[in-house]
Design a protein around this ligand. Structure first.
Ligand code: NAD
Ligand code: TYD
Length: 349
C-alpha cells in the first residue's frame, strides 16, 4: 500500500482530489492533513469519510512535529500539497496569514520530506500552484511555463515564493518535485467568497451582485474536476522537476460571466428575465486588480495527453444545479462567520 499525504484536502480543490484518489486508487492510503480554517469543511468529504483507505488528520502544515509523526507512522511516499490561504481579497486585508501558511508552511513540509526521503527517487513532492504567479496580461498573449514570474497581490506573491522554494529544494537537495500552475477553478464545494459561488448565492438570496470596477477583467475558467484529473495525471506521469500549466482555454470578461449566470439562474428559478441583472452593482475596484489571465496548456496536452472534458456552459449549468440542490451546504456556510466577512468586504466598496 502507498501512503499519500494530501494537504488542504478539506478545501475546494483538495476535496475533489481526495475523492478522486480514494475512489480510484484502492491500493493507496490517502491521509488528508487540513487545519480546517474558514475554508476547510469536512462536509465536502462526507461521501468518502468511511472509506478504509482514507484518514483525516486535523492539523497545521506549520506543525513540523505532527508532519514528522505522519511521515514516520505511515511511511509517506507522496505529498500533494494544496493547503493554502487562497483568496486574493483576504490577502489584501491580511497578508501575514498568507506568508505563514503559503511560504513558511510549504518550507516546513519540504524540510520534513527532505529529512525522510534522503537519497530516494521513488517519492514525489507535488506542489499545486496558480497562474497568478505570472502576473497580469494585456489584451494579447498567454502564460507558458517559461513566462517570467511577476506576482502582484500578497496572495500571488506568497504562491510565487512557495513555487521558488519547491524548485530550490529540487536543485539544491535533489528532492523529487513537480509543480503545476492552474487557472481559475469553478465547481461544487467552492467557498462563496470566490466570484462564481458568491454570485450564485447572492442571486438565490436576491442580494446585490458586486462587480469590481467596470467588470472588464478577464479570467480563464476551468472545471474543478478537470483540474483534479490533471493533478492525478501529473502526479503519476509528470516528469520530476517539471512544471505544467493547466487551463481551459476559456477566457471570460467578468461582466459577461455575471450576465450569463444571471440569465441561467433567472430561468432555473422561474424569475422574470432581467431580474438578477437588475441587482448588479459596480463597486470599488480591487486594489492592484490583475487585468487578464490566460493559460497556454499545450505542454500538458502534448506531453501527458490532458484536455478539459467539459464545455464551460455545461460545467456552469451543472455547478449552478449543484448549489441549488445543496442549499444546506451553502446555508451552513453563509449563516456563520461568513456574514461578518461579507459585510466587512462589501460595506465600504
Ligand atoms: P481553499 O481555500 O478552498 O482550501 C484551502 C484548504 O487549505 C482549506 O481546507 C484550509 O482549511 C486548508 N489550510 C489552510 N491553511 C492551512 C494550514 N496552515 N495547514 C493545513 N491546512 C490549511 O483553496 P482551493 O481553492 O481549494 O485551492 C487549493 C490550492 O490550489 C491552493 O494552493 C491554491 O493556491 C491552488 N489554486 C487554486 C485555484 C482556484 O481557482 N481556487 C487555482 C489554481 C491554484
Ligand atoms: P476571484 O474569484 O476572487 O478569483 P481571482 O481573483 O483569484 O481571479 O475573482 C475572480 C474575478 O472576479 C476577479 O477579477 C475579481 C472579480 N470579482 C468581482 O468582480 N466581484 C466579486 O465579488 C468577487 C469575489 C470577484
Amino acid at each position: 500500500m502507498k501512503h499519500i499525504l494530501v494537504t488542504g484536502g478539506a478545501g475546494f480543490i483538495g476535496s475533489h482530489v481526495v475523492r478522486r484518489l480514494v475512489n480510484n486508487y484502492k491500493d493507496y492510503h490517502i491521509i488528508n492533513l487540513d487545519k480546517l480554517t474558514y475554508a476547510g469543511n469536512l462536509e465536502n468529504l462526507r461521501d468518502v469519510e468511511g472509506e478504509s483507505n482514507y484518514t483525516f488528520v486535523r492539523g497545521d502544515i506549520l506543525d513540523s512535529d505532527l508532519i514528522e509523526k505522519l511521515f514516520q507512522e505511515y511511511d509517506i511516499s507522496g505529498v500533494i500539497h494544496l493547503a493554502a490561504e487562497s483568496h486574493v481579497d483576504r490577502s489584501i486585508s491580511n497578508p501575514m496569514e498568507f506568508i505563514q501558511t503559503n511560504l513558511v508552511g510549504t518550507v516546513t513540509l519540504l524540510n520534513v520530506a527532505k529529512k525522510f526521503w534522503e537519497g530516494r527517487n521513488d517519492v514525489c513532492f507535488y506542489h499545486i500552484s496558480t497562474d497568478e504567479v505570472y502576473g497580469s496580461l494585456g489584451k494579447e498573449g498567454m502564460f507558458t511555463e517559461t513566462t517570467a514570474y511577476d506576482p502582484r497581490s500578497p496572495y500571488s506573491s506568497s504562491k510565487a515564493g512557495s513555487d521558488h522554494l519547491v524548485r530550490a529544494y529540487f536543485h539544491t537537495y535533489n528532492l523529487p518535485i513537480k509543480i503545476s500552475n492552474c487557472s481559475n477553478n469553478y465547481g461544487s464545494y467552492q467557498f462563496p467568497e470566490k466570484l462564481i459561488p458568491l454570485m450564485i448565492n447572492n442571486i438565490i438570496e436576491k442580494k446585490d451582485l458586486p462587480v469590481y470596477g467596470k467588470g472588464d477583467n478577464i479570467r480563464d475558467w476551468l472545471w474543478v474536476e478537470d483540474h483534479a484529473a490533471a493533478i492525478d495525471l501529473v502526479f503519476h506521469k509528470g516528469e520530476v522537476g517539471e512544471t505544467y500549466n493547466i487551463g481551459g482555454h476559456n477566457e471570460w470578461k467578468n461582466l459577461d460571466l455575471v450576465h450569463l449566470l444571471c440569465d441561467i439562474m433567472d430561468r432555473k428559478l422561474n424569475r422574470p428575465a432581467g431580474d438578477a441583472r437588475s441587482r448588479i452593482k459596480f463597486v470599488q475596484d480591487r486594489a492592484g486588480h490583475d487585468m487578464r489571465y490566460a493559460i497556454d496548456a499545450s505542454k500538458i496536452e502534448r506531453d501527458l495527453g490532458w484536455t478539459p472534458s467539459l464545455q464551460f456552459e455545461q460545467g456552469l449549468d451543472m455547478t449552478i444545479d449543484w448549489y441549488l440542490t445543496n442549499s444546506d451546504w451553502l446555508n451552513n456556510i453563509t449563516s456563520g462567520a461568513y456574514k461578518s466577512y461579507y459585510e466587512s468586504q462589501y460595506k465600504n466598496r
